[in-house]
Every structure is written in structure tokens, then in C-alpha cells.
Design a protein around this ligand. Sequence first.
Ligand code: ADP
Ligand code: MG
Length: 805
Amino acid sequence: MASGNSALTALAGILKLERSQGCLDKAVIGGLDRFLQNNIDELRPVIGEPARYADLDAERRAAWVDRTLAAIGGAPSSKPAARQRRPAPRRPSRPRPAAAPLTLSTPVSALRGVSGATDERLKRLGVETVGDLVYLLPNRHQDYTNIRKVCDLEPWIEQTVHVKVWSSSVTRQGPRRQSTQAVVGDASGNVRVIWYNNPYMARNLRPGTEVFLSGRVGVFRNQLSFESPDYEIGSRDARLLHTNRLVPVYPAVEGLYQRSIRRFVRQALDGVLPSLEDPLTADVRHRAGLLGLGNALSQAHFPDSTADAKAARHRLAFDELLTMQLATIRRKRRWQEEETGVPVNTQSPVLARFLETLPFSLTGAQESALNEILDDVSFDRPMNRMLQGDVGSGKTVVAAAALLVTAATGYQGVLMAPTEILAEQHYLSLSGLLIDAVGGNRAGNTLEIQPDLFDRPITIGLLVGSMSDRLKRMTRQRIADGEIDIVIGTHAVIQPEVGIPYLGLAVVDEQHRFGVMQRAELRDKGRRPHLLAMSATPIPRSLSLTLYGDLDMSTIDEMPPGRRKIRTRYLEPDQRAAAYEMIRSEAREGRQAFVVCPFIDESESVQTRAATREYERLAGEVFPDLRVGLIHGRLAYSEKEEVMESFKDRDLDVLVATPVIEVGIDVPNATVMLIDGADRFGLAQLHQLRGRVGRGERQSHCLLLADDPGSEARDRLKIVERISDGFKLADEDLRIRGPGDYMGRRQSGFAQFKVASVDDLDLIRAARLEAGRLLDADPELTREEHASLASLADGFDASLTEEFS
Ligand code: ADP
Ligand code: MG
């Protein structure tokens, strides 16, 4: 009779518990009456119309319980289980094959349960080997440590109970919706459970099964009830993966259940940990306060506490940072040991002449940076230095001085810029400075100077992609012949086919756009040139210890005198007219303005079309009274040169530009920078663009326009409005976007890290310290105990090269 009727089976369990608890109406949450009412359809045929149990006194309750138990066939003393369908005999668990020893490089398909489809899905998580799985760290942990007795359950919070199943059955909630319902209980009471849309659970949870349930308790038909909780079959001392602990939550892939991933991970850990070697000696671990590797991996997945999880991630992050530091410091030391550098004669009288004839004297900061550089290049050990200084701090002239002494010594120098326009600017301003200083002739893309101070003419040449093929070929030939002493250009100049036989000094402007390995590539150009990397985007401290850890640093932390702070304003869309009015009124004063078009597309042709339309609109409708020019990346070299020259010569009031003018343009008479679509730029870019003005003695303005910025973009614009210091802005930028975006993802070693964060300055320092120690003792990591560290460091270098190419 009762068999198969889940409500009756449940009731038997509840009543038995109720009896043993002295009939206090505690056996089921919400009270017995509610349980009866909710299941009345199933119960009525057997027990008739129920009494109001809550109103009965203890004696009557006991009598009613006994009577009812008898009616449904469960004598007070008999076990409810005796009435239930006999659980199907458990399939004898398949004898586990003697597991072949697992190593980190074993394919995951060797794990039990990982077959074709699962294997495919794991691959989508980047998991191919057991090692990948062991390092597939959870995104977070679900806290199921709050274990309670059933009678203490509260609605709406995550809780765990350890209970026995009294009954389970499938219920229908619609034509195609089937759920599993169960009643479970511990010594303190019973509670209902429902797994929505999951009829299969009923089969897993035979009456009598001990199970842990973790999840939220909701209110269902006025009763507390677990709603689709996580579950795990097991007794109190079982080793749990899914409940009653901090439960790992992995990245999701369709068709791959969290439960499966957890089981695979557990299997993988059990297989590899016993024989896992820790690349860190006990010594290092002790000094840096780190868990052993096996322990860390285990705790990273299945931690005993939140603190353990944290310690585990700390250790794994350390490994990543140590790898990076080993690779970086080793690179730096190898570089420093080279004695194949080019000693430059820094006593050359050319230098003094150049500095004397500049229209200004160097700031103290420029002077000390220049001295550091000159000091470096005078040795045969190649320089490897970063010169950083905010936009407009005057880095170019410092680089120019170094290039000049290099050329005077008889070596070649290159100055590389990230964009053609910037390269052209450098060429123009450098040749301008030199012509003023020492005299010379500019002809097309080269400048020849024949000063009394050189014993031979010095030639400066420009090499950019948009020059005609013939001109490029010719220029390359002249470089290869050693005829051009100072080459200024874009990336094109470091293409392998461009030989620079007497390269002595390479200057890389806007260094943050170049990758670590791109720098290394440059060094491999036959000789070992000195390298000077310049960045107007100040490098946050953490990155200068990591990505740029192989560089020495010089900083220009002082602006040339007489500069005024640029007034930056973020304007609401309805203030566009006011922005144009400001441009007009500055133009009336003889000042000039940049208008930067919104960034639309990486594609230059798309961007060019948009800029052209904007130019037509501004020239035709907004500023018919002003002289408006247009510059974009698609213009031929000579056209760009022409536009820039006429802007410099004040033949234009307004220059409409694509975002390519971001860097390097130097027109002191320009006092307004209007950035349209400012919400599409990052902080660093906005700061760069802003730095195009404020180069003269007049008050300059930067106006940020955005038609419909999201709240995040709005916050970003407010930050630019508020912060004018490039360093502070760089830190903000790093905080907001992370190093991946900051550097261009592929250039950032952090992009490949799973745990380490660029914010973790203390850990970065600790890793750097240990890496230094290790390399002091074993410079090339050739000792046997360092074998795994060596391969990690090699792997790191290789991955940077790979990501770069
Ligand atoms: P950045 O560091 O952004 O590359 P630049 O080298 O373009 O800066 O210099 C910005 C402007 O400041 C240029 O016009 C340059 O001639 C001028 N400048 C550089 N040094 C000084 C100085 N010591 N005094 C006055 N003006 C200077
Ligand atoms: Mg510059």
C-alpha cells in the first residue's frame, strides 16, 4: 500500500522521528499539519481527514502518531525502511584498474571517466594534460562550510546538512517538467528537498542513503525546503568534494558539470601529488613563507579553510612571479656580461656645441638623465636603459644628444617610433635642432650636416613605410653602406632585411608599445648596440620590476620651466557648441587647435573615411571662417609632411586628426586639444593626446567630448579631468585595466599568469629577491636541483617570443 507512495513513506519517517522526539511537532519543518495539508491528496485515502495535530496535547499526539503509523503500515517500532521498496542492489563497484602512475604530462584521457566528449570539453578549458587539470584553478569557492542540524535551518541562506533519505519520488509539474522530491532528515528533524527539472535524482537517492546537502533553503508551499541543492552521498567521515566544505567552482564549459571537473581534479591530484617534485627548496620556501607545492595545489582546489586557499594561491603566484623574475634577471645579466658593446666617445666637442646652441638649457632632470646615458654608452658593455618622463618633459633632446655623440664616434644610431607621424616629427625636430646647432641641408628624407666639428659629414635619414618603394630601397641601401648615420623610422627599421652594420645606439621611443622580445630582437642585429627605451607613459612600479626588470631606469621628473598646467574638462554632449566656441576664440588670438576624431576601427581605411567626413563637416559647417586641415595615416609621406609643416607654420587654425597623432607631435602654439569620442580611449591614450598641448607658455585646454558614455567611461573621463600627473594616471590605468591591456596583452608576461597579479608588489619583490639569490649561486640554472626552474624560465622566454611573433 504505502510502497511507491512517496508522501506516505515520508510520513512514516517523520512520524517515527516525531515519536522519538516526544511529539513536540518538531520532526518536520513548518509543522506536521502543514506537511499533511500539502500532501493531502496522497495521504487522505490512507489516513483519512487529519486531526489538527498542533492543537492536540502530548498524549493525544502520541496516540494519533501510533494510530497513523499503524494505518500506513509502519508500526511504531518498525523501521520505515522496512516498508520501502527494497533498494536495488548496488552494482558492485567496478574494480578500479590499478592506476598507471600519473605525471603532469600524462594526457587527461588517462583519467577514469574522461572519454571522447569529455576530453573535447576539457580541451575547451585548455586542459590537455593532467598537469593542465591540476593547474586549472577554480574561479572561486562556494562556501558550504555552514553545517547545521535540520531543526536549525534558516530560510534564504547557504547551509549544509547531513541527512538520511526517507523518501524520494518524481513529480510532474507540467507536460515536460519533471522534478525530484524527497524528504530527508537527521536526528533533529526532517526537511523536504526538491530538485527542479531533474527526475534522475530520485534514482540516486534511495531511501536510507546518507547524503550531504548544501545550498539555499527556500520556502515551498509554506514549508522550508532545499531547492536544487548540491548533494553528495556519503557518511560523516567521507572525503567530500561537492558539499560540506569550501567547494571549488571552475570555469564553465557547456556539457561539463562542475561535479565532473571536481572528480577529475581530485583524481589528478591523487595521482600526481605523491611523486610531485617541488622546484623550490625548503630553504626558499621557508624564507618566503610558502606552502609546499603539493600542499598548495591540493589546497588551491579543496582548501580546508579560506586562509588555506589564500596561502595556496600565494604559493602558486610566487612560482609564476619567480619564473618571470628568473627569466628577466637572467636576460639582464647575460646582457651585462657581454663585452661586445660599442664604446662611444662622450667627450666629443660636438656634444658641448649642441647643448650650447639649443634655444634652452636642459633642466636638472634632463641633465642627470643624459649623464647616466653618456656614462653607460662610454663602456663596451651594452647599455640597457629606460628613460621615462611625462609627456612634454623633453626626452627627445636627451636622445638626440646621445645619438649625436654616437654618430660622431663613427657608429650608427636609430630612433624608432611607433607611428609614421611620430617618426616624421622626430625627423623634423631633430634635424631642426641640428641645423640650428651645427648647420646642414635637408634634402627629401635625409639631412646632411657638415660641421667644422666632424671630420666627415653626418647624415640623418628617415625610413617609413609610406615612402615610395624606390625611396625605401635606396635609403636601406645607404644605411647598409654605412652612409646614413642616424636612422629615424618606424618598426620598419627593425625588420630583419634592414641591415644596420655599424649600429651603436638604438633608441626606442614610446617604449610601452614594444614588447620585451622586440627589444631583444633589436639587440641581435649583429653587434650589441646600446639600447635606450623611452616612455612617456610612466611605468608603474610593479611593472618596472617585472616586464621592465631587465632595464636600468632614468627618470625625467621635472617639466621645462614656464609650463602651465593644462585645464582638462569633460563636457556633456550638449556642450559641444561651447567646445567649438573655445576653439574659435583661441584661433582669434592666433592660437591653434587639434580635433581628434573618435576611434572607430582599427582599420585605417575606415578610420580615414570617418575623419574625412568629420573634416568636411567642421570645415564646411562649424568653422567656415577658420583654416581647417586634415591629417590621417593614409596620406602619403609628402602630404603628411606638408600638412604638418603648414600647421607648424600657423597656416592652419584647426587640425582634424585621426587618433594617430596620439604621440610626439610638438607644436607649442597649439592650445586646444579637443578629443571627440573620448570615451573610446584609454587613460594612457588620453593623457598622451592631452600632452600635445601645453607645450608653450600659454594656458592650454583639453576638452573631452563623449556622446553617450557608459558609467565606466564617464568615471574614466573624470579621472583624466582630475589627475594631470602621468604617474598617478598610469597607476590608475593599471588598476582599472590590468597589465594585459596596459601593455597590449601579448606583450605582457602577466597575461599568461593564472594567479599572480600585478598589484602584488610585495610578492613581486620577494620573488625578485629569491630569483637574484638563485642566479647568484647558479647563473645559468645548470645545477640539477634547478632543472625545473630552468625549464620554467626558458618556457617563459619562449612564450614571450611566441606571443610576440
Ligand atoms: P617628450 O618628453 O614628450 O618627448 P619632447 O622631447 O617632445 O617631450 O619635448 C617637448 C617640448 O619641450 C619640445 O618643444 C622641446 O623642444 C621642449 N623642451 C625640451 N627640453 C626643454 C627645456 N629644458 N626647456 C624648454 N623647453 C624644452
Ligand atoms: Mg616624445
